[in-house]
Design a protein around this ligand. Structure first.
Ligand SMILES: [Zn+2]
Length: 307
């Protein structure tokens, strides 16, 4: 073990090692509600519409990339928490808040030099939790980009159906039904199909493992999307999924491969001593499965008290 520094050059954003793209089609298996965010207020007699985008004459439901990112990030954070790994706390206690990290990084960024750059990489390697490394933090860009999901199109028509259910607004303060607080909950009906795409840049295999684990948990219904999850909403499944690898490091390209090389080559700048290669049968599901196992092993290592 020559390198005990724990430096992770892949953290730097001026290196492009590889991009893994995962694309697929999801089928809605339970009513799905992704609301319109802050305008989604519960006022009496009003409806709770799903978030829609206007395309010409038509309004179609959308699952924004930011919703996917929220689902993935909070799942990864909860795994980190469960295994006693470093993880962001609540507002005011994120990795960037601790030890004045944000200010220290901003100071270094104001004095651009190779030694500042290395200092930044060293700070990010040591002080960011894995969720921040993957999904970003204030003044540190995300390595994963989630595209917005739209209904599939067939013969020029978007294939989706919307349903409505009556709901009752409960007062958060008293737990009682609010007077006149009946409303209609709009949702995407089961059977509708949506696009899905994520691009992950410069992540070592064990970090990709957390993306893979979350995808698998979504597919298995362990994890749901959107609102009203406790009322039987939000289950989805992948009816189609593919992966591709691109980037500047051809030896990491697994396109024709049964091996997804990790950042395991000590002679390369992106070397990460925590990473491993992954062997799989060529299919995307087997790759996701093997990557998930790597994430599980990474979590278990923390339990030995050497993380
Ligand atoms: Zn963090």
């Amino acid at each position: 073990m020559s390198s005990g520094s724990g430096l992770k050059q892949w953290i730097s954003n001026d290196l492009l090692v590889r991009t893994i793209t995962i694309e697929g089609v999801i089928e809605i298996r339970e009513p799905l509600r992704v609301g319109a965010g802050k305008s989604d207020t519960l006022t009496s007699t009003s409806d709770l519409p799903v978030l829609k985008l206007r395309f010409g004459e038509e309004e179609i439901p959308v699952i924004p990339g930011s919703s996917w990112k929220g689902v993935f990030r909070s799942r990864v954070e909860s795994h980190l928490k469960t295994y006693g790994k470093k993880v962001c706390g609540g507002p005011g206690d994120t990795c960037m808040d601790r030890g004045n990290l944000k200010q220290r990084l901003e100071q270094l960024q104001r004095r651009p030099s190779e030694s500042s750059r290395q200092e930044i990489i060293s700070i990010l390697s040591r002080d960011l939790c894995l969720a921040c490394k993957i999904f970003g933090a204030p003044s540190y860009i995300s390595k994963v980009h989630f595209s917005d999901s739209y209904p599939l199109m067939e013969n020029g028509t978007y294939m989706f159906t919307l349903g409505r259910k009556p709901g009752i607004a409960i007062s958060r303060k008293t737990g009682a039904v609010r007077r006149g607080a009946f409303y209609n909950v709009e949702f995407v009906e089961p059977g509708s199909r949506f696009t899905f795409r994520l691009d992950a840049n410069n992540l070592p295999n064990y970090a990709l493992g957390f993306i893979a684990k979350t995808l698998t948990e979504l597919h298995e219904g362990i994890l749901r999307v959107g609102g009203f999850k406790t009322r039987g909403f939000g289950r989805i499944a992948f009816v189609d999924i593919t992966h591709s690898v691109s980037g500047l490091a051809p030896e990491l390209n697994a396109d024709q491969g049964k091996v997804l090389k990790g950042f395991t080559d000590r002679s390369k700048l992106w070397f990460d001593e925590e990473d491993s290669d992954v062997t799989y049968d060529g299919s995307t599901w087997d790759l996701l499965n093997k990557l998930s196992k790597l994430a599980d092993e990474w979590l278990e290592q923390g339990r030995e008290g050497n993380g």
